[in-house]
Every structure is written in C-alpha cells, then in structure tokens.
Design a protein around this ligand. Structure first.
Ligand SMILES: [Zn+2]
Length: 497
C-alpha cells in the first residue's frame, strides 16, 4: 500500500491588513517529497504521527507536500497559486497511490478562495478520483466547510486545546486509512454546522464548559459503530461564510447514525451556547486581582494572540505594569529595531527605548522607558516536549533582554514567535519562577508550557486583531443570524447542514 501525505496549515486572520506571503511559508515550512521526512518524522506534529503509524502498518508512506506558516493575514493570491501548483505537481510526480492522508488546518483564507481548505481538498480529490480514500486531521480552530467534508472520507480533529494530541490524531488517521484499504472499515462521515461561534476564552478543553462537551462526545465513542467524532471549536477572526463551530461524526458504514450523532452533538452545543461566551476581564481588573495572588501569575494577552495572527508587539499590558511600577514583571515583545538598539548599547549599558507598538495602531503605542541591557542571545531553542503546535525547533532571531527602571523585564525578539515553549525565556537565562507577573501573547495555547511555573492564569480582554470580545469586529460575509452576534438566533439540529 502506497499512502500519500499532504499538509497545508495556516490560520488566516481576515482582520489583519497585511497578507501572508510565500516567504512566510518558506521561513517556516515548505517542502515536497522525501524532505518532509527530514523535517517532520519523529515530531509531535500530526505528520510525524502519520509517518510513524504507516511504518507500523507496513504501508509505504509517500510524502508529497507540506507547508506551514504562522497564523497571520489572508494568504495572498500569488502565494496560494504557487502552493497549489507545487502541491498538485508533487502529487503527480509521486506516482500511483492507494490513498491520501491530508492535514489541512481548516482556517486558511486566501484572496481567490475564501475556503482554501475546501478548495485544495477538492482539487486533490479530483486528481485522485472518487474511489480511493482521503482521510485526514484537522485543527479544531478550523472553520469547517461543507466542501472540506465533501472531499474527504473522514476527518479527525485534535481533541485538546492547547493541542497536545496532534501526533496521536495523525496516528488515528493513518491507521484508519490502512483499515479502510484492507476492507476492515467503511468510513461514513456527517458534519453539523450550528450557527454559533464559541468564544476563544472558552476554548480550553481542560476547563468547563469544554469538559462537559467533550465528555458528551466521548460517550458517543462507546458505540462500536462510531469510528471517531470531532468538535471544531472554530476560529472567529475570519469573516467568511463558514466561520463558526461545528461537529463531525464518522461511523463504520452507518451514514444515518453518523448524521444522527452529529446532530445530537451540535444540538448539545446549541443548547449550551450561553456557557461558551467570554467574561472579558479588563487590564485594570486583571492587575488588581493579581496583586492578591501568589505568583507567578500568567496574564494572557488575548488581543495580541500571536497564535491567532496578532503581531506580538502589543504594549497595553506592559504599559499598565510599567505605569503602576509593579516589580517582577516579564513580557516578550517582537521588536527588531529595539533589538538592534540594545545590541548597539551593549550589555549593562542603559538607554531610552521605545519598545513594541510598531506594527499597527490596534495594540497600544510604543512603550517609552529607560532600560538596561541584561544580555544578548541568538534566539534559537529546542522544545522536546509535546506543546501546542507540535513545533520542535524555534528561531526567534537575535534576542535582547532589557530591564526597565521600574523593574519590568522585556525580552525583545527579532522574529514574531508564539509563546508555546518556556524555553523562549529560559534560553535567555531567565528563571520564570522569579517573576510575579508574566505576560504571554495568547489565550489557551501558552498554558501547555506555562503551567510548569504559573500558579494562576488570567485571560485579559485587551483590544486588538484577536480581541476576545467579538462585538469589536465588523463582519460582512459571516452567516446571519448567528450566536452570539444575533442573540435571538434560532436553530434546530437537523434542520440544515
Ligand atoms: Zn489550533
């Protein structure tokens, strides 16, 4: 059995003015053929899981194409055209295959195709023909479309957020395609699309209301006829018709049962929709609250969520900590200009900095401060443990650690880097346990790394292109009515989708 593997992962935030370019993929991951093995075998990524499981099944893995870029703006037209051309040409060059494993993200948007994943999955389906299986994984932050479900025999989303089971779900998909090809199972998939968006604040799968939702999903798995089920939490920062939460159920040759169970799970989500709204704790409220908590307290900067596309140079929390002169604060900001300035000043030198706030006007102005350079670092580090995103090697570029006269430590990076690994700061000689307040640029994803040291996590409702309060955004293309935008929206499971 020869099984092809194709992965294209990018989360596109349509509220960011700048596009994702081909260079963003080239910087992170853009490979075809056997080079995929060098980059992804043995990793905690789903493709790492697929390669591992195919070997165990004595099937031949045929790596075809893998591309990934950090979440950012919409993928520009020349970039997506090049990616599509590379993907389909590599598929052609791979020769005959018996089935295809796919790893879309599910929330990629481009100028010519708002539903990029629906488009590329349909294209590979066309090239493979209708009879051979296409089975894959999904990031639960995808906005599932009918076209995506239509093109595939089965799709399996990660069950954790932060995503710690990417490799495990890749293994599931690979084993399922082998069982399908051996005639042991006939996957039948149904999806349901209730018109609602789960707030990002409520997407941590180890906290309520997700715990009860996933327990409900787990109960369905007790039925032998159910092969898998998935909850797509959704990515609300995309103004596209498929934006929203959805569910998927795959059964063994029982299409009616798949439909019924998908409707049941979607019905549960809809009934409990008010539990999935945000709480919106203010900056001032978060600082007041953290004063009485024993540290380190992690302040999750939701409006500047790098994993949701934000620039990572938002200063609003840093500014508030600096103004209150709260000692033992730590923040990481992407600011290559300030890194260059620190380099010029030299270690233990002091200067007047204007850090962060340079990308746009949504995330606060630059923070003006007098700061002393504590050290310069190359910014490269490895993360050996399973962490959100399944990334093993990081390069945040030349990095400076500076400390302001009020006691705020600022890690300045040259490249935008998501806070998915504690080594982002420990590799710069900092001990996170010594801080009282640690600002991280995310909502749920950083928790997998930071729970090693932080006692409390406070999600802070900062403004920005990933603000938690969806009322901040102007949508033109989303479905209407939709909860929570139209609070009196009505829906009945089975009525559509
Ligand atoms: Zn995700």
């Amino acid at each position: 059995m020869r099984i092809g593997i194709i992965a294209l992962l990018q989360e596109s935030n349509t509220f960011i003015a700048q596009p994702t370019r081909l260079a963003h993929f080239e910087e992170e991951l853009l490979v075809t053929g056997e080079a995929m093995r060098d980059r992804l075998a043995g990793t905690h990524h789903e493709v790492g899981g697929m390669l591992h499981a195919l070997e165990g099944e004595q099937a031949e893995a045929v790596p075809i194409f893998a591309a990934r870029a950090l979440p950012f703006g919409v993928v520009e037209k020349p970039a997506i055209e090049t990616l599509m051309h590379m993907m389909l040409a590599a598929m052609d060059a791979a020769g005959p295959i018996d089935g295809l494993l796919v790893a879309p993200h599910g929330a990629t948007v481009s100028e010519p195709w708002p539903d990029v994943d629906g488009h590329w999955l349909s294209e590979v389906r066309r090239q493979l023909g209708p009879d051979r299986p296409i089975i894959g994984t999904l990031d639960p932050h995808g906005n599932l479309s009918p076209a995506m479900a239509q093109a595939c025999d089965a799709l399996i989303a990660y069950r954790t957020n932060p995503h710690l089971d990417q490799r495990a779900r890749g293994i599931d998909a690979a084993r399922l395609i082998c069982r399908t090809l051996r005639g042991h199972v006939k996957p039948k998939m149904a999806a349901a699309f209730p018109p609602l968006a789960i707030n990002i604040e409520k997407q941590h799968t180890a906290e309520e209301p997700c715990v009860s939702l996933y327990r409900r999903a787990d109960e369905q798995l007790a039925d032998d006829r159910v092969v898998s089920n998935s909850i797509m939490l959704g990515f609300p920062y995309a103004d596209v018709p498929e934006m929203g939460s959805s569910v998927i159920v795959v059964t063994d040759n029982e299409p009616a049962l798949a439909r019924q169970l998908a409707d049941e799970l979607a019905g549960y989500l809809w009934e409990h929709r008010k539990e999935f709204e945000g709480e919106f704790l203010s900056i001032e409220g978060a600082l007041d609250k953290s004063a009485s908590l024993s540290g380190p307290v992690c302040l999750l900067d939701m409006g500047d969520n790098v994993g949701g596309g934000s620039p990572g140079d938002g200063t609003l929390l840093a500014q508030a900590i600096h103004e209150r002169k709260l000692p033992k604060g730590l923040v990481v900001l992407c600011d290559p200009e300030s890194v260059a300035m620190a380099e010029a000043i030299g270690e233990w030198g002091t200067g007047l900095f204007r850090v962060g706030g340079k990308t746009d006007k949504l995330h606060g102005p630059p923070l003006a401060c007098e700061a002393t350079v504590q050290g310069m670092f190359d910014g490269k580090f490895e993360e050996p443990h399973p962490r959100h995103g399944g990334i093993g090697s990081y390069d945040q570029g030349r990095t400076a650690v500076v400390r302001t006269d009020t006691g705020l430590t600022i890690v300045l990076t040259s490249r935008r880097t998501p806070p998915f690994s504690l080594r982002q700061i420990t590799s710069c000689g900092l001990n996170p346990a010594e801080f009282h307040l640690i600002v991280t640029k995310g909502v749920n994803a950083p928790i997998a790394a930071y729970r090693e040291v932080c006692r409390t996590f406070l999600r802070v409702n900062t403004p920005g292109c990933t603000a938690a309060d969806l009322a901040e955004f102007h949508y033109e293309r989303r479905r209407r009515p939709m909860f929570p935008f139209e609070r009196d929206a009505e829906w009945r499971a089975g009525a559509r989708g």
